[in-house]
Design a protein around this ligand. Structure first.
Ligand code: ZN
Length: 222
């Protein structure tokens, strides 16, 4: 589904932040979302209560300058800063021509990654197979093996940039990168596909964790 030209992207971002807060994806001021619209790239500020964001708190950035953040219209409050996730969101815009990117701090992403990588300083891969919700992911069937790269966490969010880009280049068939002990970056051609894939992945992470806890999931690889 393509984004309508008249769509109110700032209002959409505010609504999605509330919804993602309800899902536990952006609690404790973590996580975030960015959408690339005709007028530029919309992004929430850093370190704020995501469920209380207003449209005046959003930043608008130049959609054609993807090597650095060029603010076209800052948030109204001068104390607000562009999201710490900005370089990671730009990875998806630059390397995959994404239309929207979601960063989730979901507990299910964290625990699922920990099933495959026990130390948050290391990377690896998350794997699952045979689950219906895999069909919500680009190019995946329910009997395919889904492999999502896991990169090591870093003290600062922006320091994830190069490892995320390398993982994206190594795994061109998926639109997501897990960060060990931290969460998930997931994107799509538009906000609808990004949100759909984020929801399907969260389901799959939870399913794998619960199946593993029940002794039902023979997890592969590492
Ligand atoms: Zn984060």
């Amino acid at each position: 589904m393509a984004m309508e030209a008249h769509e109110d992207v700032p209002a959409l971002l505010v609504a999605l932040c509330r919804q993602f807060y309800g899902l536990g994806w952006v609690s404790g001021t973590g996580g975030g979302i960015s959408v690339r619209a005709a007028e530029g790239i919309w992004m929430a500020p850093s370190g704020v209560q995501k469920e209380r964001i207003a449209v005046e708190d959003l930043f608008l950035l130049d959609r054609n300058e993807l090597d650095r953040a060029v603010v076209v219209r800052p948030a109204r409050n001068p104390e607000l800063r562009v999201s710490e996730c900005q370089p990671l969101f730009y990875n998806a815009y630059r390397l995959r021509d994404a239309g929207a990117v979601i960063h989730s701090h979901s507990i299910w992403a964290v625990v699922a990654a920990a099933l495959f990588v026990s130390d948050a300083r290391h990377g690896g891969t998350f794997r699952c197979q045979g689950l219906e919700m895999q069909k919500g992911l680009r190019g995946k069937g329910c009997f395919d093996e889904l492999v999502i790269p896991i990169i090591p966490n870093t003290p600062r969010e922006a320091e994830l940039r190069e490892a995320m880009a390398a993982a994206m280049n190594e795994h061109p068939d998926v639109d997501a990168v897990l960060v060990s002990g931290h969460g998930l970056y997931v994107w799509g051609r538009d906000w609808v596909q990004a949100k759909t894939q984020a929801e399907c992945l969260d389901f799959l992470f939870r399913a794998v964790v619960e199946l593993h806890r029940s002794g039902l999931a023979p997890r592969s690889g590492g």
